[in-house]
Design a binder for this molecule. Structure first.
Ligand SMILES: [Zn+2]
Length: 237
């Protein structure tokens, strides 16, 4: 196996590395969370990485969306990200898709993936992705940020709660989300860690445990989340 992965093979084994090479991961949004998650997934040797976004790079993105640089302003985010990720690891096949995820195209965009990574900035699209994950029985790593606070929970349909169990009602959406750049850095990195664990079978993913990162006081804590027996998304599985 390539020397590139020698530091991690002692943890996940040759077999784990092979599983990463044969895996397909989709990162749904290549902003703050998605930049970091996709960087570490490509670096770890995930064989196929699909990245989906429909936005172009703006200057206000650059405090946190680390795959996009000043000379990328105005460029489609997937194009900017694909270039950096291919340079980082030519062994990873990058599949950039310049589209907005909706109910109409979610099946086509996400089908066949081993793990789905949250790179969204709104709960509405997250719920569309969650419903796809549940009906197709695919692991979905939820991550979100606000200010200096971040959230993470891994959804493995049938094994624990889904995102709708966690948020039965849509909270009010604010137009402007303040974000210290390091917050999606922390959460995106945790999302990639969860994906690597799911693929290799090493460790225990945070199923049914909402991890809350508080950057202001530098603490992590977790809240146990039970399945909602009335959840219209996952009650049948
Ligand atoms: Zn549910």
């Amino acid at each position: 196996m390539s020397e590139r992965y020698s530091r991690q093979i002692s943890i996940i084994g040759e077999e784990g590395q092979k599983k990463l090479r044969n895996s397909k991961v989709v990162v749904t949004g290549i902003g703050g969370l998605g930049s970091v998650a996709s960087y570490y997934l490509a670096a770890a040797g995930v064989g196929y990485l699909r990245i989906i976004d429909y936005d172009v790079v703006e200057i206000s993105n650059l405090n946190r969306q680390i795959l996009h640089w000043t000379n990328d302003i105005g460029r489609p985010k997937v194009e900017s990200a694909a270039m950096k990720l291919s340079l980082l690891n030519p062994e990873t096949r990058i599949d950039p898709i310049n589209e907005k995820i909706s109910e109409d195209n979610v099946d086509e965009l996400l089908k066949g993936m081993d793990v789905i990574i949250d790179g969204q900035d709104n709960l509405r699209t997250r719920m569309i992705i969650n419903e796809f994950a549940v009906r197709s029985c695919r692991p979905y790593v939820y991550g979100a940020v606000y200010g200096m606070e971040g959230f993470l929970m891994t959804i493995i349909p049938g094994a624990g709660p889904c995102l709708r169990c966690l948020y039965p009602y849509e909270p009010k959406i604010k137009d402007f989300i303040p974000v210290l750049g390091t917050t999606p850095g922390v959460i995106g990195c945790l999302e990639a860690t969860e994906a690597i664990k799911i693929i290799t079978g090493v460790g225990k993913p945070s199923v049914g445990r909402l991890i809350i990162y508080d950057g202001e006081n530098m603490s992590f804590h977790e809240v146990c989340i039970a399945r909602n027996s009335q959840c219209y998304v996952c009650k049948k599985i």
